[in-house]
Design a protein around this ligand. Sequence first.
Ligand SMILES: NC(=O)C1=CN([C@@H]2O[C@H](COP(=O)(O)OP(=O)(O)OC[C@H]3O[C@@H](n4cnc5c(N)ncnc54)[C@H](OP(=O)(O)O)[C@@H]3O)[C@@H](O)[C@H]2O)C=CC1
Ligand SMILES: Cc1cn([C@H]2C[C@H](O)[C@@H](COP(=O)(O)OP(=O)(O)O[C@H]3O[C@@H](C)C(=O)[C@@H](O)[C@H]3O)O2)c(=O)[nH]c1=O
Length: 299
Amino acid sequence: MKVLITGSNGLLGQHLIPLFLQDGKYDVIATGRGPNRFPLRDKYTYEAVNLRDAGSVKQLVEKHKPDIIIHGGAMSQVDDCEKNKDACWDTNVGATRYLVHAAESCNAFFIFLSTDFVFDGLQGPYSEDATVNPINYYGTSKVAAERLVINSKLQWAIVRTVLVYGVVADPHRNNMITWVKNNLQQGKKVKVVDDQWRTPTLCHDLAQGCLLIADKKAAGFFNISGNEILTPYDMAIQTAEYFKLDTSLVEKISAKTLAQPAARPAKTGLLIDKAAKELGYQPRSFAEGLEIVAGEIKP
Ligand SMILES: NC(=O)C1=CN([C@@H]2O[C@H](COP(=O)(O)OP(=O)(O)OC[C@H]3O[C@@H](n4cnc5c(N)ncnc54)[C@H](OP(=O)(O)O)[C@@H]3O)[C@@H](O)[C@H]2O)C=CC1
Ligand SMILES: Cc1cn([C@H]2C[C@H](O)[C@@H](COP(=O)(O)OP(=O)(O)O[C@H]3O[C@@H](C)C(=O)[C@@H](O)[C@H]3O)O2)c(=O)[nH]c1=O
């Protein structure tokens, strides 16, 4: 079974590659922008493709004719999306359009990675059938991409997730755990919001959710996230305590004070009952996730 993984240099992509190689059931084709940044190089194919180039996308899919496409490639920096709307749209919607059209030519099962930011955050946590109402451009682009997938001729699964944390080789972006740990270890304060609610997701669990869906070719919407509702402040304190760092350096602020360029939905979080029941999805607790991430962080 051939699986094409887009965004393979990213946080999720770098955890999908080893997982899908594990039992030899899948031939993995990984694709990212520019050189391969994943340290493991053998047993899979890497193709450097800019997903915003329709011709390259068509060529990639025609060459490999994947049975499954896991489309995680995206412009995922929410503030950049707000400031560079054209780039956000071209990547998050345009590239998805090219992949969907190419996938229709080989009838690939299409797994699309989406987000809790499709919701407005007024009534979280959300089930799969909640009404979308994005409040930033990143979320708007993801809703548009979801619609392309839904209206295609493909068999599809849309995986929504939340605040993914973990360690990625050669990271283009920090995430909560490494951001808090690195600052506190240098004796620097971090100002962390305590009026946003999330169900933070260990990247290994998100990858596992994608594997469960791929194995079953389970169609429809699936919430694949952690199971605990935490604020970023809760996460920061738990991180500081775990690494035995000075919690007094973690300063509680409001999202208003943080004043990020893009609005964030206040109370999101996703309900995972459907994934638990239909896929046997069982995420780890944040404490367990911290343990795993700590083991992967280079000293
Ligand atoms: N991280 C999170 O908290 C959440 C993520 N998601 C979604 O899950 C998916 C995976 O997220 P995550 O792994 O964290 O994101 P990352 O930003 O780590 O990975 C996205 C990858 O897409 C690649 N990419 C961007 N533009 C292009 C392009 N034009 N051509 C080819 N590749 C491109 C990036 O390349 P490069 O590395 O070169 O920049 C990057 O490696 C995304 O769709 C994201 O929107 C949803 C909810 C939460
Ligand atoms: C940078 C920063 C963030 N935070 C908080 C805000 C937020 O709740 C959390 C993460 O902040 P960030 O701006 O890094 O991440 P953010 O862009 O809010 O994260 C989003 O990423 C995209 C890809 C998604 O799809 C969403 O699910 C969500 O995970 O940490 C602070 O408290 N202080 C800070 O200085």
